[in-house]
Design a protein around this ligand. Structure first.
Ligand SMILES: Cc1cc2nc3c(=O)[nH]c(=O)nc-3n(C[C@H](O)[C@H](O)[C@H](O)COP(=O)(O)OP(=O)(O)OC[C@H]3O[C@@H](n4cnc5c(N)ncnc54)[C@H](O)[C@@H]3O)c2cc1C
Length: 433
């Protein structure tokens, strides 16, 4: 029996488990270890609460989780509760699917002023991540700047722009729902260093902004290349750019405005003791398509800055790490002897949920090729349980998670699928054992 530990229960972890099941059938035991007492990684804590159809992918993972040879071992942090070396002694292979949960810092003067918040923290706050529940982002301000031109920036802008009624059917956590309901923010500035043709925003997410109840997206058509140039874009990007162009024709009159500032590079954040404004340098593209500063600057008065400029994987002592790319050093998912990585921990923070699937399948094949005839004699989960029990670690099983999920559904606000528990103690308490 092959014993394999998958660290992380986000999409990459589940696709790996699914691939291992296909590879080995019943001849494998998979322990999926997660530092949180709840599974699914960014499906729960990243994907926007008003995008329930995307979150529904977790139902597919549930099938894998409920198979006899897969076990969820939640509330166990690798590196804190158990080391990679200890896991190496218990399992034939270890797959790191730990994602990229840390914000890249905004490395400009004033980038650490109160009111500058990374998207992992802001998104974690509205999605009920226990580490960010007490964030209290300043929403009693007139304007917010959202730095970045990808889908995370769009999520943040949309969440800041929505009315309480528009959160119907979402699983936004109570503290964020009420704080956003009281928000005084009327201007939301989405800042991108390059132009409309260089955005990394998908059509569906952009199109949504044109239909918000109380907010209008605004663009300056002077920022756009000639219309004919859109024909050179690949179809998805062309559709996104066409949504942006359409924003120019929308009537105003709503209370909130989402301004798309292109060719806008933040150079410093200013304020006495907290954010008061962002100073932005206008840019232009050089012949390689990189943004270069023009020296011309302007200021955006705002009391909140959310940076959506990427993430990195936290290093684990002893595991080779690529600092500049914020991920584990690996060759096609292989880190070293018996140690593999998948998903954002392997590739860095890019791509959608589905992009993580091939990683799992590739790594399962590599494991099958690497594990020699001597494999299959390690102790696996029984050894892990003994070790964790001796350390007083309170493991959460998948059945526990199902009870937590049922308890969340039972206390849901009317019209929402659940009211998430935010504190770890509450999650553990909801297991009812
Ligand atoms: C804000 C945001 C919104 C997104 N929205 C969408 C969307 O709408 N559609 C879409 O297709 N994609 C979306 N994505 C991308 C998608 O979420 C990622 O592609 C995907 O989650 C990456 O999967 P992963 O398994 O590599 O990492 P994650 O989902 O981050 O999972 C990593 C898991 O590892 C666990 N872990 C980390 N460290 C340890 C440790 N030391 N010990 C034990 N466990 C550990 C974590 O708790 C977590 O459960 C979004 C991403 C973000 C950031």
């Amino acid at each position: 029996m092959r014993q394999i530990a998958v660290i992380g229960s986000g999409p990459a972890g589940y696709y790996s488990a699914e691939a291992l099941q296909k590879q080995y059938g019943d001849a494998v035991r998979i322990d999926m270890i997660d530092r949180m007492p709840v599974p699914y990684g960014l499906i729960r804590f990243g994907v926007a609460p008003d995008h329930q159809s995307i979150k529904a992918v977790s139902r597919r993972y549930e099938k894998v989780a409920l198979s006899d040879n897969v076990r969820f071992v939640g509330n166990v942090s690798v590196g804190r509760d158990v080391s990679i070396a200890e896991l190496g002694a218990l399992y034939d292979a270890i797959i790191l699917a730990t994602g990229a949960p840390d914000d890249r810092p905004l490395e400009i003067p004033g980038g650490d002023l109160p009111g500058v918040i990374g998207s992992a923290a802001f998104v974690g706050w509205y999605n009920g991540h226990p580490e960010f529940a007490d964030l209290e982002p300043p929403l009693d301000v007139a304007a917010a700047a959202v730095i970045g031109n990808g889908n995370v920036a769009l999520d943040v802008a949309r969440i800041l722009a929505k009315t309480p009624a528009e959160f119907g059917g979402s699983d936004i956590v109570g503290h964020a729902f009420s704080a956003l309901g009281d928000s005084r923010i009327r201007g939301i500035y989405v800042l991108g260093r390059r132009g409309p043709h260089q955005i990394a925003m998908t059509p569906k997410e952009l199109g949504e902004l044109g239909h918000l109840e109380d907010a209008t997206p605004v663009v300056d058509l002077a920022d756009f290349p000639p219309l004919l140039d859109d024909a050179l874009l690949e179809p998805g990007q062309r559709k996104s750019v066409s949504h942006l162009r359409d924003f120019a024709g929308l009537p105003g009159g709503k209370r909130k405005t989402i301004h798309f500032d292109f060719f806008a590079k933040p150079v410093r954040v200013e304020g006495e003791s907290k954010v008061e404004r962002v100073v932005v340098e206008r840019t232009k593209l050089d012949e390689r398509g990189a943004a270069i500063g023009t020296g011309e600057t302007y200021a955006i008065d705002c009391g909140l800055v959310v940076t959506c400029i990427g993430y990195k994987t936290p290093p684990i002592p002893g595991i080779p790490y690529e600092e500049d790319r914020g991920r584990f050093a690996n060759d096609g998912g292989v880190i070293g002897d018996g140690l593999y990585c998948v998903g954002w921990a392997r590739r860095g923070p890019s791509g959608t949920i589905g992009t993580n699937r091939p990683d799992g399948y590739e790594v399962a094949e590599k494991i099958a090729a690497d594990l020699g005839p001597g494999a299959g004699r390690k102790e696996g989960g029984a050894g892990l349980d003994r070790l964790l029990e001796a350390r007083g670690v309170d493991i959460v099983t998948f059945q526990d998670w199902q009870r937590i999920e049922a308890a969340e559904a039972a206390r849901a606000r009317e019209g929402s699928p659940r009211e998430k528990f935010v504190a770890i103690a509450e999650m553990l308490g909801a297991r009812g054992r």
